[in-house]
Design a protein. Structure first.
Length: 247
């Protein structure tokens, strides 16, 4: 009896760990050549210092209209520990995830002008624009190569370039993986970091390039509802959200 209780407890602990490992997020960055540690999810925010906003677990967000889909749960600033990375427009940003377990789905990168200090910004009311997206690269939706597969191949990382013409100011940077390996259960994995952008540009996106989060996605979007196993011959995929703004 006792040993079976122990076994149950052990099995439960092993499942909990497997659960953690089955998901994830951005753990660190290289921004313009400088390494930045992300928020340590699952640890108390007390005493943490990072350019990243708080995110409390590796679990995905399932609801495309979730009120905290902008910067994950709970997306709060870290108070006195909240930092921002100073970087010039046109610089490269490398984001590193944990060992990424999902190879079906797109990679998207967004920014939003904080119109002042990002630390006090409410990320749900910012105007977000997409600076990069990659979806189905080749093959069919169920067996082809997806951007998330490339991310895994590339040391669980993704490199993006901040548009060189973007006007200076404080911006939120948002990486998002949308994993669609579970039909009817899209998995959104957003993470935000704060930037202080320098450079001589003056461009700003406007009009339909700007979206709210929540607001950019609907449960009925083809790229959100797609059941890849139901359409093994499809070679098309429509990435959800706005068109990419390239500066
Ligand atoms: C692979 O990613 C880790 C961070 O997860 C990083 O420290 C390491 O430098 C990367 N390796 C290469 C070859 O880029
Ligand atoms: C793929 O194309 C079909 C036929 O045009 C369309 O109905 C479907 O919505 C597309 N799928 C995605 C995921 O964009
Ligand atoms: Cu997962």
């Amino acid at each position: 009896m006792k040993s079976s209780t122990l076994l149950t407890a052990f099995t439960f602990a092993a499942c909990e760990i497997a659960q953690v490992l089955a998901h994830g997020g951005v753990l660190s960055y290289n921004i313009g050549g400088q390494i930045y540690q992300g928020f340590r999810s699952y640890n108390t925010p007390v005493g943490q210092s990072s350019i990243q906003r708080e995110w409390d677990s590796y679990d995905p967000i399932i609801d495309p209209m979730h009120p905290q889909i902008s910067c994950n749960l709970n997306g709060a600033n870290l108070g006195s520990g909240q930092l921002s990375a100073t970087v010039a427009a046109g610089s490269k940003v490398l984001a590193w995830w944990n060992q990424w377990p999902h190879n079906l789905g797109p990679v998207m990168v967004y920014m939003a002008n904080c119109n002042g200090a990002c630390t006090t910004a409410n990320t749900a009311s910012l105007n977000w624009f997409k600076i990069e997206e990659a979806g189905l690269i080749s093959g069919t939706v169920d067996k082809g190569t997806w951007a998330q597969g490339q991310l895994i191949t590339n040391n669980n990382s993704w490199t993006t370039t901040i548009p060189a013409s973007l006007a200076p100011g404080e911006y939120m940077l948002r990486h998002e993986l949308l994993s669609i390996h579970t039909p009817n259960q899209p998995q959104f994995y957003p993470n935000c970091a704060q930037l202080k952008l320098t450079g001589g540009g003056s461009a700003q996106p406007s009009g339909s390039y700007l979206v709210k989060l929540p607001g950019a996605y609907k449960a009925s979007d083809p790229g959100v509802t797609l059941d890849v196993y139901n359409h093994p011959t499809w070679t098309n995929y429509t990435i959800p959200g706005p068109a990419v703004w390239r500066g």
